[in-house]
Design a protein around this ligand. Structure first.
Ligand code: UT7
Length: 332
């Protein structure tokens, strides 16, 4: 069977920084509360002209450059995103057009909340493994600031904007080993868009505590399922599989959710304290939760700064509106 390997990555964040101190002037909150409860100090906010499309385009350009391929080599484009306005035509089509990709290129948006990138990567992985395409581009991009209510302190302190991209290519070497996709459609009302003024997509409304509890459990389950798809491994076997993992890139929603999931992994696998925590890659302090961008952005930054290297075994694990959750097990 052919494998699907990552041959290049790229990312983009807007220049404008929104700090906790700025937010303090907008809602009843404090730098201390936000840092202690979320781990976030600042986030990037797109300008009026910037969209999920313009940010995604730059991230993909950078991934193309990083991989050394030509635009024409891309045969399929999959974009994880939730903030296209108007909702159609799709962001992927806009990006394909702006970048001058092949005229007959197939393109697809995947809308699965903040799990959109994990789902999109799985679609791309399967299309290569099925020998449908050789070279596929995947983007995660979102402009959450466009759907954030800056009068709602329960949500506005969390979100930011950005984009990340990667190029997948058919290969004889291991790459995306497998993905696990999960969902809980019954809990869809916990995280919704609600129209305040009847225009646009509306604003994010969230039952934070309930999403928090779901997220911790879902991330642990998805990590286990991607390591042990049949669910038959005993504790020792699962621990041995986990110990081979170099790093985990979790969706950057809340530092406490990430550390809580790590503690749960340590407890369930009887690992020494800190072993799962130390594997967690964190970018949340600087970028907050930028939805579909959070994992590919962290991947690109980690590869460029040497935190991750070729050959590392990594889990990308996310959760989000839907509710959805997913993980991808990847040999870089
Ligand atoms: O990509 C997926 C999207 N969503 C998420 O991942 C979010 C998941 N949830 C969370 O991250 C957390 O639930 C939050 C960060 C949203 C909230 O943290 P929490 O520890 O669950 O706080 P809480 O909602 O239980 O609220 C505790 C208190 C409340 O006050 P009272 O009722 O105890 O007086 C809130 O009103 O904190 C208050 N509060 C705030 N205080 C200052 C809520 N937001 C703020 C704020 N500043 N920004």
């Amino acid at each position: 069977m052919h494998h699907a390997s990552i041959i290049g990555t790229g990312s983009y964040v807007p220049e404008r920084i929104l700090t906790n101190h700025h937010l303090r002037e907008m809602v009843d909150t404090s730098d201390k509360w936000i840092i202690e409860r979320t781990g976030i100090r600042e986030r990037r906010i797109a300008s009026g002209e910037e969209t999920n499309v313009t940010m995604g385009r730059i991230a993909l350009e950078r991934a193309i450059e990083n991989s050394g391929i030509r635009c024409e080599e891309i045969e399929f484009l999959v974009v994880g995103t939730n903030t296209t306005e108007p909702v159609w035509p799709s962001a992927s089509g806009h990006i394909a057009n702006l970048l001058g990709l092949r005229k007959d290129l197939p393109f697809l948006d995947v809308q699965a909340g903040c799990t959109g990138f994990n789902y999109a990567l799985s679609v791309a992985e399967m299309s290569i493994k099925a020998e449908q395409y050789r070279t596929v581009a995947v983007i995660g991009t979102d402009k959450l600031s466009a759907i954030t209510d800056y009068q709602d302190r329960n949500t506005c302190v969390l979100f930011g904007d950005g984009a990340g991209a990667l190029i997948l290519r058919q290969s004889m070497n291991e790459g995306i080993i497998r993905s696990h996709l999960g969902g809980n459609a019954k809990a869809r009302d916990l995280l919704i868009l609600s129209k305040k003024d009847g225009t646009g997509n509306g604003y994010i409304k969230m039952e934070g505590r309930k999403v928090y509890t779901f997220a911790k459990r879902a991330m642990v389950e998805s990590c286990f399922r991607v390591l042990d798809p049949s669910g038959t491994a005993g504790k020792n076997e699962l621990r041995a599989l986990f110990e081979q993992v170099t790093k985990i890139i979790p969706h950057q929603a809340n530092a406490r959710i990430i550390m809580g999931a790590a503690e749960e992994l340590e407890s369930r696998l009887e690992l020494p304290a800190g072993e799962a925590k130390n594997k967690m890659i964190m970018t949340i302090e600087q970028y907050g939760n930028n939805s579909c961008a959070s994992i590919p952005l962290a991947l690109d930054l980690s590869l460029r700064t040497g935190k991750l290297r070729k050959g590392d075994l990594v889990i990308f694990v996310g959760f989000g509106a839907g509710l959805t959750y997913a993980a991808n097990l990847v040999r870089l």
